[in-house]
Ligand binder design. Sequence first.
Ligand code: GLN
Length: 501
Amino acid sequence: MADIGNLTAIELAQKVVSRQLRPTEIIEAYFQKVVQIEPQIDAYLLLLKERALSQAKMIEEKQAKGMPLGRLAGVPVAVKDNIMIEGYPATCASKILEDCRAVYTATVVKRLEEEGAIIIGKTNLDEFAMGSSTENSGFKTTKNPWDISRVPGGSSGGSAAAVAAGLAAAALGSDTGGSIRQPAAFCGVVGFKPTYGFVSRFGLVAFASSLDQIGPMTRTVSDAALLFEVISGHDPMDSTSLSQERMTNEGKTLRIGLPKEYFSAEGADPEVLAAVESAVKIFQKEGARIVDVSLPHTRFALPAYYIIAPSEASANLARFDGIRYGKRRQRGTEAEGQSEESGLITLYKASRTNGFGAEVQRRILIGTFALSHGYYEAYYGRAQEARRKIADDFDEAFRQADFIATPTTPTPAFKIGEKSGDPVAMYLSDIFTIPVNLAGIPAVSIPCGFSKTNLPVGLQILGPRTGDKSVLELAEHFEKMTANEFVKRPAVRVRQGGIGW
Ligand code: GLN
């Protein structure tokens, strides 16, 4: 039992293939852990025990017939609840989608399952992936397994917490402005956001389509690299999908750039900076050259993002109106003095204001305003110009450095409720991750240390567009150099009896 929970995804699959472990045994063990721990963490919105067990049995039957098994045979994977599995809810943690069922399966899920992975549940998130703490979920707040009075980060907080607490061997998240990397950093796991276009968005409920990317969240970099290999590659169902052939794998000369704007950022916790600096020293000791780089337009990243993302969101979320999609509320009636037309408007209003939470409504309002006639150039147009300059900054920096290293977040995980009343304070927690999405480049967050209060700290490694493999290789190298010193599990206590892993 204890062994199963401590095995990485790669090790689990190897043990299945070599018949040392049976997939049903793995799934049973994971659900036993879920029963014990999940009530304290609230990582999941939906558990798929029956489905998981029947898939586990199918893999066993395949094996009995001598058929080849996939690279993720029997590996329990959790999927963020904005990624669709046909026939099951994909609530996006929104009340408006509470009663809906997905009518098709996301490409990423299909690809995982083709390799034998078993989806064990759908994880909590900030509603429609808008947020940095899961406090914007329409259903519940996930707790950070390292300290349950703190947030797990967001929006993929459920996926991060599930992996950290041992409630899944690996997970998928989505990252529009940091939603994979920030929760990975807060929960002490690995989170990878690929180059825009490398992973199909087909079956991901869109937030901001030009920024959204699905990626893996795992305990080790090798697991992240394997999941990425499985889910990436061209998909004709996503028109922005790139083919794998375009991936480059250069980067023999190791120059690591430190952007001065990030290390002098206001509000950056000295403990976080110290942990990242000591991680950089480890690379230096190994012969890497550390170079100072500048990303001068960094200060425009947050303002540009908070125009572009809400603008795209306002268009993407227009379909959730109670008619085309989403829970339908009462239309205004003749008895109430409403005409055919005003009755319909009442229905739209009631469906949307009851269905969407405050943050989603705020974003729709901002986006609709920014795109409105007469304001478009002043807001959206300017934001796009800023986006271009931020991308150019990275191009320039990658002429001087092969990789860029930064903290993933300015601080370790904050307390539940600490920032929920102040949207701007919340937005600032993504200050180091958002520029990466604006530029479309790959970045990974890996655990690199702990604060004095035993909270994980994340190191972010960025690479040039299509340099995904090199980024993961460098991150893997860090894990080896530090002998997995930071690949740790929190000691989540089981409340009533029972034993942990
Ligand atoms: N926290 C950021 C936001 O609220 C990023 C979210 C994300 O990456 N999905 O928009």
